[in-house]
Design a protein. Structure first.
Length: 254
């Protein structure tokens, strides 16, 4: 039976499986993006697409660190904690920071075309890979849930049955991947819509699942991640209303 946290030894050295899968997530995501771009027509020029990737990378780096620090603002600023602060990051801040970085970059270079759809499936693949590392890391990563007697509860390393939030997310991401892949293949949505649906869906999911997380810092009863989720959903309010209107029509037809 697999022991969590999973900390294998290779040639006598303990391997940080989460770190390995984190780097692998970037590799898989980028290679998948290159594959998709090679096999479908991209309306954005190579130079502009490169600028957009740079904007996304810088925005994601800054966003992941800023939101990561805000998740635990009580951490004392001291020489001992500098490395901890610099290494504190979250995918949620990375996604939203990357979004802002792309939008700013597009304004600078004058690019009008939607650029997100091509990134959507590679992003999901990357997050999925990284979340496997989070699950295998157990309580060594703050992606575990509260104690529970739910039938999916797992011992993540402290002999306490907990919500395996990383597992819940893996299931959700798998479902979301195939739903969005179907729409991309059918080309039945306007450019940019698939990426917006991904952002709204993922941030809505994370808003809800945060209630199962043993957070200690709240503002008006919500965690930092939950406030960021609300900001993202508000950012896409037009798409949210369009999706609700579309869902309402479907229900009415039933």
């Amino acid at each position: 039976m697999l022991q969590i946290p999973f900390e294998p030894y290779i040639f006598g050295y303990r391997v940080n499986i989460h770190l390995i899968l984190e780097y692998l997530a970037f590799f898989i995501g980028f290679r998948y993006y290159l594959y998709l771009r090679k096999n479908q027509k991209d309306t954005i020029s190579t130079s502009n697409r490169l600028s957009i990737i740079i904007g996304a990378t810088v925005g994601a780096f800054l966003g992941s660190r800023i939101v990561g620090i805000l998740e635990n603002p009580s951490l004392q600023l001291s020489p001992q904690n500098i490395l901890v602060l610099l290494n504190t990051k979250t995918i949620m801040g990375g996604l939203f920071g990357g979004l802002l970085g792309v939008e700013l970059c597009k304004k600078i270079i004058g690019e009008k075309s939607s650029s997100g759809d091509l990134f959507t499936l590679p992003i999901i693949a990357g997050i999925f890979t990284g979340r496997i590392g989070c699950l295998l890391s157990g309580i060594n990563e703050f992606t575990y849930g509260k104690s529970t007697d739910f039938f999916l509860a797992m011992d993540l390393g402290d002999q306490i049955p907990r919500h395996p939030l990383a597992l819940y997310e893996l299931i959700f991401l798998l479902f979301l991947f195939f739903v969005l892949k179907k729409h991309i293949s059918a080309r039945d949505l306007p450019d940019g819509t698939v990426f917006r649906i991904f952002m709204i869906s993922y941030f809505s999911f994370r808003f809800g699942i945060e209630f199962l997380k043993p957070n200690v810092f709240f503002v008006a009863g919500l965690s930092t991640i939950q406030w960021l989720c609300l900001v993202c959903i508000l950012y896409y309010y037009k798409t949210v209303f369009q999706l609700l209107h579309y869902a309402g029509k479907k229900v009415h037809l039933l």
